[in-house]
Ligand binder design. Structure first.
Ligand SMILES: Nc1nc2c(ncn2[C@@H]2O[C@H](COP(=O)(O)OP(=O)(O)OP(=O)(O)O)[C@@H](O)[C@H]2O)c(=O)[nH]1
Length: 421
């Protein structure tokens, strides 16, 4: 029997004489059967792939680890942000990043562990006709939802999707911080940036209040990977995850007051995110200088840091005229570095707190004369900071840190990232 094949909308070939359900096996040719089998195999494979991306999420979820979700339209810049901030990818190289097809999971193992999930732009979590996502596995332990909006593109659809997402998650997870990154603002004039920010804010607030949601925790940041704004924005996002941040800030404020520092930052050296600063007003220029300084010190250490110090070298330094163990000759047991900025003769100092954190401060002009007192004060604050993170770190993290700080790694910079100068 020969009959022309027609196709169902989902691609299954059907016998025109009968509907597939009614068709008896006898009426279907082996070729059709084979096609049907292949189609079914493909369909099951696709379904598995889609579903795998979500239960897989659930499986990978580490209990108690805060999670940052990067969401937004395709090509809005999510993967670029993640690569630049967490993998030190030079911004110009993001031009070659491919579109994300599956959820990309990263983790920041630093002073605190954070997971970063980069969602493909096309993924529709709510009201998806094909897949039902396990929303609790995604939003259950979330630290913040970062919604990236491309400011150089038409943003109306992105804002509409963001509104829809907020409306869905607000009911079950009202405490999730929603951080809107109005991204790619490089090249836009200051006035235009502010106009866009105002417009997006109004569109979101109006929609939420129309739906009866007031005071949703939505924050806005103007960002670009081509300057420090993306690090600054991430700093603000991460700071909200730190328990008792106020105490850290108080320590830095006191240090600034006693040592007459202009500004002090506590940096995560891996990412250049600052996790705390003193209470003086935000100052982007100071942040940029300190952040660049961390970069310089790390680069310098990467080039020269593994310099093998022989016992002979050590013996020579410990003999006359110093006559002291090397550890007692340096200003502190930990890594430190300092230089004087050329602009206003302001010294800048960096002191390692532990293998992840560094204290960086800009001093006032003329502070160099008072270095002994400053060093004493900084010592005390560094000790306080170490204790702070010892207390706030989860137990497992502490055990891990202890095991990785073996005798071979040395007492100070176990990461070997920062220079001892
Ligand atoms: N001008 C400018 N371009 C940026 C910025 N951030 C990212 N881009 C560019 O935007 C393009 C898309 O970036 P991606 O990071 O791949 O975007 P995505 O949101 O991850 O895209 P999907 O994976 O498709 O969801 C790339 O060409 C980046 O170079 C930025 O701050 N400014």
């Amino acid at each position: 029997m020969s009959s022309a094949l027609s196709w169902r909308s989902d691609g299954v070939p059907i016998d025109p004489a009968t509907s597939p359900r009614q068709a008896s096996i006898r009426n279907i040719s082996p070729a059709v059967l084979n096609l049907q089998r292949l189609h079914e195999q493909n369909r099951q494979l696709l379904q598995k792939k889609d579903v795998a991306s979500v239960p897989d999420l659930a499986a990978a979820q580490t209990k108690g680890t805060p999670r940052l979700l990067l969401m937004g339209q395709r090509r809005s810049g999510k993967s670029s942000i993640s690569s630049v901030v967490f993998h030190k990818l030079p911004p110009s190289e993001t031009l070659f990043l491919e579109s994300t097809a599956r959820v990309q999971k990263d983790s920041l193992n630093s002073f605190m562990d954070v997971q970063i999930w980069d969602f493909p732009g096309q993924i529709e979590l709510f009201e998806n006709p094909n897949i039902t996502f396990d929303i609790d596995a995604i939003f259950g332990e979330i630290g913040a939802l970062i919604w990236v909006i491309d400011a150089q593109d038409d943003y109306l659809e992105s804002v509409a999707r963001l509104n829809n997402t907020i409306l869905h998650i607000q009911r079950s997870y009202p405490h999730i911080n929603i951080e809107v990154f109005i991204h790619k603002v490089d090249g836009l004039s200051d006035d235009y940036k502010l106009d866009i920010q105002r417009d997006i804010t109004i569109r979101i607030q109006d929609e939420l209040s129309d739906q009866g949601i007031e005071n949703a925790p939505v924050n806005f940041h103007l960002t670009s990977i081509y300057n420090h704004s993306i690090f600054e924005a991430f700093s603000k996002v991460i700071q909200k995850l730190i328990p008792r941040l106020g105490q850290l800030e108080a320590m830095l404020t006191n240090l600034c007051r006693t040592c007459r520092f202009e500004k002090a930052y506590l940096f995560d050296v891996n990412t250049k995110i600052y996790i705390a600063t003193d209470s003086t007003p935000e100052d982007m220029a100071s942040y940029e200088i300190c952040s660049d300084y961390v970069d310089v010190v790390i680069d310098f250490t990467e080039v020269y840091g593994s310099w093998p110090r022989t016992q002979q070298w050590r013996d020579r330094l410990e003999q006359e005229p110093w006559q002291q163990p090397l550890e007692d000759q340096v200003a502190c047991e930990w890594a430190e570095s300092g230089m004087v900025l050329s602009d206003a003769q302001r010294p800048i100092m960096l002191r390692e707190v532990d293998r992840f954190l560094a204290l960086v401060a800009i001093m006032k002009e003329g502070s160099y004369d008072k270095m002994p007192q400053i060093n004493m004060n900084v010592d005390v604050v560094v000790k306080g900071l170490t204790e702070f993170f010892d207390i706030t770190k989860p137990k497992e993290a502490k055990a891990l840190a202890a095991s990785s700080t073996g005798p071979a790694s040395g007492k100070g910079s176990t990461r070997g990232q920062l220079a001892r100068s």
